[in-house]
Design a binder for this molecule. Structure first.
Ligand code: SF4
Length: 403
């Protein structure tokens, strides 16, 4: 009788969670377990559940419930347990583990030889796929049909397809530089689940970078929960890191994406970033300014003004005409007025962005902004998102929505 255990691993989360899913997969393979692509024959179903917004949270709870119908034991991983704690504990009484506690992962599998902490962080995220395709094909088909029958969504898809060269490049090698975040953005519940800042030593990151270069990799993203905070816990800094990486790749033609960097650090380190970017290796910077209103930036606890963002990004555009700039904006943060929303749109007439994520504000229970009132109605948010799409289409700016 074959006693090798089989594990099904899935995630509907971001690249950081997909990288975690990849690490978990390698953990089981190193321990001679099997990975299966279906929960039907799995002994364990491991699900990294996204808690990015209301749509994703609903999807996560639905997938958790569907997974729990299969014979194997389901274990929920990721962020959802701290972002929506009350709902999570109402809906799930099985095993779970938050991102910041992943070093306790072995406790679910007594007798396992190789420990989670001894498995190196990976460079390639697990493939997300559509979980419903495997878990509930009927839901997958219904989703496709409802998309095909919704003219507004078809229009957005078509616009997205026509601007496909402005999309993110997914052929990227990821290198973890730090975990955790010391910032306190009020809309962010995730920081409570990712824990305190832990930066890897510069030497260790540079060594891994050199190995990837030797393997022929050329497209890189240095990833962390806030890459701008890199080094603050080890007497180092983001400029120290990029200078060391820049020295290591001398003679190679490489592409970098600078992302997950709080705008206050893009402002603070602008000279260092521009100096290195003049080499041509920095292809894209993602500066999530979130809102064009200084009053809302204060409420979000972002610690910079919109004028500082605009001045900094104009400098980037002047010094580096080829660089791609991308951003996220939050629509419907508590107390946001129509005028303040128009201030956000006005930023796009000051600085050209190649790509924008329109994010419908999600009132996460675990966030500080959960306490800020009044909330903006779903109708007002939908109206603002609709007008933002029209505004961006008129300017030929590629956008994605997460609602
Ligand atoms: S920098 Fe990012 S991870 Fe950190 S608190 Fe702000 S939004 Fe959250």
């Amino acid at each position: 009788m074959n006693t090798t255990k089989q594990v099904y691993i899935a995630s509907n989360g971001c690249n950081r969670r997909l990288l975690d899913a990849d690490r978990v997969k390698r953990y089981f393979l190193l321990n001679d377990w099997k990975i299966t692509d279906s929960p039907r024959n799995a002994d364990f179903n491991l699900f990294f559940a996204s808690a990015l917004n209301r749509v994703r949270i609903d999807e996560s709870f639905d997938i958790i419930e569907r997974l729990s119908r299969f014979p194997g034991e389901t274990i929920v991983l990721g962020c959802i347990m701290e972002v929506a704690p009350t709902e999570f504990h109402e809906k799930w009484n099985g095993k779970f583990l938050a991102v910041k506690d992943m070093n306790k992962f072995d406790s679910f599998f007594p007798g396992i030889r190789i420990k989670y902490r001894d498995v190196s962080p990976g460079n390639t995220p697990a493939k997300p796929g559509n979980i419903y395709k495997t878990v509930s094909p009927d839901v997958f088909i219904r989703q496709r049909l409802s998309l095909a029958l919704n003219p507004a969504k078809v229009g957005d898809k078509l616009y997205s397809y026509l601007h496909r060269n402005q999309r993110e490049d997914y052929n990227t090698t990821f290198i973890w530089v730090s975990n955790g975040c010391p910032n306190k953005c009020s809309f962010c519940a995730e920081r409570k689940v990712i824990g305190d800042l832990h930066s890897r030593p510069v030497t260790e990151i540079v060594k891994e970078y050199g190995k990837m270069l030797d393997e022929g990799r050329r497209n890189f993203e240095f990833i962390g929960d806030d890459v701008g905070s890199y080094g603050l816990d080890i007497n180092s800094s983001f400029p120290d890191l990029i200078e060391a990486l820049n020295r290591r790749d001398a003679g190679h033609s490489v592409n970098w994406v600078i992302k997950h960097l709080h705008p206050k650090f893009i402002i603070k380190y602008q000279d260092d970033i521009i100096n290195i970017a003049r080499s041509g290796k920095v292809k894209e910077i993602i500066c999530c300014f979130q809102t064009g209103s200084n009053r809302l930036l204060d409420l979000m606890n972002r610690q910079h003004s919109i004028e500082e963002v605009i001045i900094t990004l104009k400098r980037f555009r002047e010094a580096l005409p080829e660089i791609k700039l991308a951003t996220n904006i939050i629509v419907g943060f508590p107390t946001e007025t129509d005028e303040e929303f128009l201030q956000t749109l006005a930023v796009f007439d000051e600085v050209y962005f190649d790509r924008v994520h329109l994010i419908k504000y999600y009132d996460a229970e675990g966030s500080d902004s959960h306490e800020i009132h009044p909330k903006i109605s779903d109708e007002s948010i939908a109206r603002r998102i609709k007008s933002a799409k029209k505004f961006l289409k008129q300017r030929d700016i590629y956008f994605q929505t997460r609602d």
